[in-house]
Design a protein around this ligand. Sequence first.
Ligand SMILES: *[C@@H]1O[C@H](CO)[C@@H](O)[C@H](O)[C@H]1NC(C)=O
Ligand SMILES: *[C@@H]1O[C@H](CO)[C@@H](O)[C@H](O)[C@H]1NC(C)=O
Ligand SMILES: *[C@@H]1O[C@H](CO)[C@@H](O)[C@H](O)[C@H]1NC(C)=O
Ligand SMILES: *[C@@H]1O[C@H](CO)[C@@H](O)[C@H](O)[C@H]1NC(C)=O
Ligand SMILES: *[C@@H]1O[C@H](CO)[C@@H](O)[C@H](O)[C@H]1NC(C)=O
Ligand SMILES: *[C@@H]1O[C@H](CO)[C@@H](O)[C@H](O)[C@H]1NC(C)=O
Ligand SMILES: *[C@@H]1O[C@H](CO)[C@@H](O)[C@H](O)[C@H]1NC(C)=O
Length: 504
Amino acid sequence: MAMACNWITTVSLVLWLSFLVIGAASSSSPAPNSSNVDGSNTDLATLLAFRGQLSDPLGILARSWTTNVSFCRWVGISCGRRRERVTVLSLPDMPLQGELSPHLGNLSFLNKLNLTNTGLTGTIPSDLGRLRRLTYLSLFGNGLSGSIPGTLGNLSRLEFLILSNNSLSKQIPSELLENKKGDIQVDPDVFMSHRLISYRELALATDHFSENNLLGTGSFGKVFKGQLSNGLAVAIKVLNLQLEQASRSFDAECRVLHMARHRNLIRILNTCSNLDFRALVLQYMPNGSLEMLLHSEGRRQLGFLKRLDIMLDVAMAMEYLHHEHHDVVLHCDLKPSNVLFDTDMTGHIADFGIAKLLLGNDNSLITASMPGTLGYMAPEYGSLGKASRKSDMFSYGIMLLEVFTGKRPTDPMFVADLSIRQWVHRSFPSELIHVLDKQLVQDASSSSCNMMNEFLPPIFELGLICSRDSPDQRMSMSDVVVRLTKMKEEYIKSTSVARQTVFQ
Ligand SMILES: *[C@@H]1O[C@H](CO)[C@@H](O)[C@H](O)[C@H]1NC(C)=O
Ligand SMILES: *[C@@H]1O[C@H](CO)[C@@H](O)[C@H](O)[C@H]1NC(C)=O
Ligand SMILES: *[C@@H]1O[C@H](CO)[C@@H](O)[C@H](O)[C@H]1NC(C)=O
Ligand SMILES: *[C@@H]1O[C@H](CO)[C@@H](O)[C@H](O)[C@H]1NC(C)=O
Ligand SMILES: *[C@@H]1O[C@H](CO)[C@@H](O)[C@H](O)[C@H]1NC(C)=O
Ligand SMILES: *[C@@H]1O[C@H](CO)[C@@H](O)[C@H](O)[C@H]1NC(C)=O
Ligand SMILES: *[C@@H]1O[C@H](CO)[C@@H](O)[C@H](O)[C@H]1NC(C)=O
């Protein structure tokens, strides 16, 4: 099959490493003067060694980097306030031309290294892996070649690693992928942004779309787990082109995910599209869905705070789509099976196959096509096809009730005149223990925390308000984020106070 596959991602070239700082070890006690002086000398020697490898055609370094003034005042250098140690080396867009000195690894206080578009060649020295305070590293837009050193996996504080627009090998070092210090989210489009993916490669990645790699089957096609040749695990959604709807769904999902970027939204990495084959390459989520977390056999214990966190993840992504994105995006099918988890159990909203954009000043639109899912669908959306931010709010409210009751809205106990909402409402606010997920009952009645009186009423109230029949009476996603954030803070405070009391 001859394929013309297009990259839709050409712009974002950021390898985003997000590390959870676990008990950040503080090493900031003032160093004795003698080592201060030594350190300062090392920095001076390092900068001179760095300069020595560069040809500096405009003579900027030759003029500014002179030893009759402190290096803290050299162009492109910043020092810390307390010590004469280099914390920033930033010379973007300045022609330097030459190779990076391995001595840079000695700048032990360096926090930011920005050498974007500076005409560097040669390889990235593995010594950069010793810059343990580094949070930002950009070598974007140079002529660097060779492989990305695995030692960069040692940089536990790194948040941005921007290496694209070089001639580096596309292999992602396993040390970067496997760093266990926190959840590294490798944003793979750096490595793929100028490379074409083919049907053949997707077939290879999925062992010819083998059933063994099947993650799920939906109405529009199948989703496979795949491993690209650079080692990256991805989810590959293959559309069933016999269905006209599938193409539309493909277009909707591409349009939304291509524009929208948020830590709690699933990322689209690439697409492969021609007349008889269409696929989306998506971020792979190894830890299943909220649906599985809540309802699978032998489900694990899921605490109150974790549930709050998950619903906050969902709310933040939806707030972004509803209020912060230039076009309002409606998801139209929010439900627990569309919330997926990464290695760190951070929630990501997936499946934008029926998402809609609100254009201009519109607050709602009428759609004749595919409604959402029974149980989560707002009444006006189900009956009139009227989609709006408030119809997403309804689905969110139902999901919130489901997360804290452990009951699906489609549970057989909910029949014609008893919905999950009415069932919760009957116990609100003083009898909530009867509707609370059994897993939480123990927590709720333990004396260490006032969950029963302090936290259950507001959380269930939020679910009830969001799922009101009348769209106008539902809350907005921004208000939900504010309330949940506050609740989370108070819950953490109250449990830590309780813990202190126990230990006193
Ligand atoms: C270290 O610095 C302090 C204050 O800056 C000074 O009083 C002290 O004499 C210095 N010690 C040495 C060994 O230089
Ligand atoms: C430092 O020396 C350079 C020449 O080596 C001179 O151009 C510059 O003015 C001097 N700067 C100061 C602050 O003395
Ligand atoms: C690094 O330099 C680039 C190019 O000038 C600039 O766009 C970017 O904001 C800089 N990054 C930081 C963190 O200063
Ligand atoms: C700086 O780093 C280089 C190479 O990593 C090393 O050989 C050298 O000994 C170091 N210099 C100092 C002063 O620590
Ligand atoms: C840094 O990374 C390299 C290779 O990934 C590893 O061999 C080395 O032990 C690491 N060093 C430290 C100090 O963690
Ligand atoms: C990256 O490099 C390519 C090819 O050299 C160039 O066309 C493109 O404009 C560069 N991207 C950026 C953002 O500078
Ligand atoms: C999440 O996935 C990682 C890696 O696949 C696994 O080690 C971890 O145990 C999972 N966590 C949960 C809560 O399932």
